[in-house]
Design a binder for this molecule. Structure first.
Ligand SMILES: Cc1cc2nc3c(=O)[nH]c(=O)nc-3n(C[C@H](O)[C@H](O)[C@H](O)COP(=O)(O)OP(=O)(O)OC[C@H]3O[C@@H](n4cnc5c(N)ncnc54)[C@H](O)[C@@H]3O)c2cc1C
Length: 585
């Protein structure tokens, strides 16, 4: 099968989906191919902070200005993906005054609204902050749902005629007569929605211009075209707590170190992060000490974190880039700016552009810049409209308020569904069929699950990212099988079974670092339930026990220590981490 488009976007993260939407809205024929689900890469593995820019106000003012600009745009065009929690930069008694003053001045220089709060005022906003608070700066940080936002961009691109292919991996870039002519794609189960059990196919998609938006993988796709794209992947860990201990984004107000942000996210709080350069964006160590360090260090800010339960941990890899010859050795010193690499100018290879670096918060701006560039190449004069046109679900924020009134806030289930769906709520929820709750923790009903299956086929991980089902406290223990049941009778038993196994495995992946105390009992219960009542132990590879970290860490005295429980762990080796000088994510 062959196809031909004006623009082909490789990568279904925030950047790729934003580009596909922008170009499709300008009238170009567009295809986007993503090797996994949308958000499979870094976008599905980030902290969820909608930056106000405060974080960069001292170290990188250009980025800070971009962040506040886009923060304002996303609140307008993606209201159902953003929770305006506000943020605090908290100074503890021992944190330097000079940095606090620099941060405040930096925010003001970058047009970031910033208000100084006394210790009492800060603790009034966030009662669980330590008594050790000296003062704080309040800024308009927010929490953003990367899954919802990415899917909304892809859905809007599709509504404007784009072809969106997930589970479609680019295996080669076609270079003909010294020019990029398209790509070769391997479909995991044929083109279109993913359907387990279908054999894969290979396809050539020809395009006037190929856009490499593969983030930390950009070097690999570059290589397929014979060009060097020197991405420096840098990993960071995040830990999800079982309740939302804070309602505002809490940042430590000192020069960036590991573990200095807590982001409230839906029913949870996410702690993060670290910054360690890795060789391979898909294969790097995920270690227990990293998880422990998040909790220990951030408990200095919010002490009850130390008593809370961890439900999951995950790692993401930053697609950092610096122009050749800069020679930075510490990844935390590499700029968070984005770069557009025109391979015609740079490598005498027309027909392809790469976009690397940047942040989730500025994805729309990155997409606008590269779309301007591609349009100029293709002689298209249409203007960008993505800063004004709301994303599907965000068209009319008052819809959300009306639904809140309609449900009288009596029904937390209705409220959660409406928050997720925004202005699409009527379309999805108006059903005459029974609409039971399928996922209790996240309050997701059958109607939402069925809507997601309409969009994504038999892939339950794609259903998960569209709805949040299985992402709550039980991590799918009580709902994975119910979600699988929703695939029947559209899909046959082997397809359902494969989709279910894949979901269970994905849930397990993030839990395996968080097993001690009550979390361990719960995981054991989940395993027993699934093994004894649903025979999920028939395929041992579902829970990949071999992927546990070794449980052994190097002690500072050079000996080995076995990590039995979080509270028993003592001082750690630095694990190769370095002191940092700039503000990271
Ligand atoms: C630990 C951490 C925390 C972060 N926190 C924040 C934050 O709080 N706020 C913020 O604004 N930013 C944050 N960031 C940065 C932000 O997450 C990234 O900059 C952003 O998500 C990058 O998006 P992307 O689309 O460029 O890359 P990705 O999301 O990685 O998308 C690239 C896609 O390309 C696909 N791909 C790769 N190779 C192929 C192929 N051969 N064929 C088809 N598809 C392919 C991948 O599967 C992937 O889905 C954080 C980053 C990290 C690592």
């Amino acid at each position: 099968m062959t196809d031909r488009v004006d623009a082909l976007v490789v990568g279904g993260g925030s950047t790729g989906c934003g580009i596909a939407r922008d170009l499709a809205m300008r009238g170009l024929s567009v295809a986007l191919v993503e090797q996994g689900n949308l958000t499979h890469g870094t976008t599905g593995r980030m902290h969820g902070l909608l930056h106000s820019g405060g974080r960069y106000a001292v170290s990188d003012q250009a980025s800070a200005r971009e962040c506040i600009e886009e923060n304002r745009v996303l609140r307008e065009i993606a209201s159902h993906c953003v929770e305006m929690t506000g943020g605090l930069f908290v100074q503890l008694e021992d944190d330097p005054d000079e940095y606090f003053e620099e941060k405040l001045a930096g925010c003001r220089e970058c047009d970031i609204p910033a208000e100084v709060l006394t210790a009492e005022e800060a603790r009034e906003r966030e009662p669980y902050l330590t008594g050790d608070v000296k003062r704080a700066i309040a800024v308009p940080d927010g929490a953003v749902d990367p899954f919802r936002l990415c899917v909304a961009n892809a859905a809007d691109a599709a509504e404007h005629g784009a072809r969106i292919e997930t589970h479609a991996k680019v295996t080669d870039v076609l270079v003909e007569d010294g020019e990029v002519a398209g790509v070769e794609v391997e479909h995991e189960s044929g083109p279109g929605k993913r359907n387990h059990s279908l054999p894969g196919t290979t396809e050539e998609i020809r395009a006037d211009h190929v856009i490499n938006a593969t983030g930390a993988w950009a070097g690999r796709v570059g290589k397929m075209a014979g060009v060097d794209v020197e991405v420096r992947p840098s990993k960071g860990v995040m830990v999800i707590m079982n309740v939302r201990q804070v309602d505002t984004v809490v940042n430590r107000c000192r020069k960036k170190g590991d573990a200095d942000i807590i982001v409230p996210h839906e029913t949870t709080a996410i702690l993060g992060t670290t910054d360690v350069e890795v060789e391979d964006p898909e294969d790097y160590p995920e270690e227990r000490w990293e998880v422990d360090m998040m909790i220990e260090t951030l408990s200095e800010l919010v002490p009850i974190l130390d008593d809370a339960r961890t439900i999951r941990s995950f790692w993401g890899v930053r697609p950092l880039y610096e122009p050749p010859g800069t020679g930075t050795t510490d990844p935390t010193d590499i700029t968070r700016d984005f770069f557009l690499l025109d391979h015609e100018d740079r490598d005498s290879l027309p027909g392809m552009t790469s976009i690397v670096g940047g942040k989730f918060t500025t994805y729309r701006m990155m997409a606008e810049k590269i779309s301007d560039h591609v349009c100029a190449k293709l002689g298209v004069s249409a203007e960008c409209r993505t800063a004004e046109e709301p994303l599907p679900g965000s068209e009319d924020f008052s819809v959300l308020r009306d639904y809140m009134d309609e449900f009288g806030l009596r029904s937390p289930i209705g409220r959660r569904s409406v928050q997720r769906l925004g202005s699409r709520a009527d379309d999805v929820l108006e059903t005459t069929d029974p609409n039971p709750t399928v996922c209790d923790c996240e309050a997701v009903t059958r109607a939402e699950i069925q809507d997601a299956i309409d969009g994504s086929g038999s892939d339950l991980n794609a259903v998960r990212i569209r709805t949040r089902a299985s992402m709550g406290n039980c991590q799918g223990g009580f709902c994975c099988h119910r979600m699988a049941n929703e695939l029947h009778p559209r899909y046959d038993e082997p397809t359902v079974s494969e989709a279910w196994d894949e979901l269970v495995q994905e849930r397990w992946k993030g839990e395996r670092h968080a097993l001690w105390g009550e979390g361990l009992s719960q995981a054991a219960l989940n395993y027993q339930l699934h093994a004894t009542t649903m025979s999920l132990d028939r395929t041992p590879e579902i829970a990949d026990f071999g992927a546990f970290d070794s449980g052994v860490e190097t002690a500072t005295d050079g000996g080995e220590r076995t990590t039995g429980s979080r509270s028993s762990s003592g001082p750690r080796s630095d694990g190769g981490r370095t002191e940092r000088g700039r503000d990271g994510d």
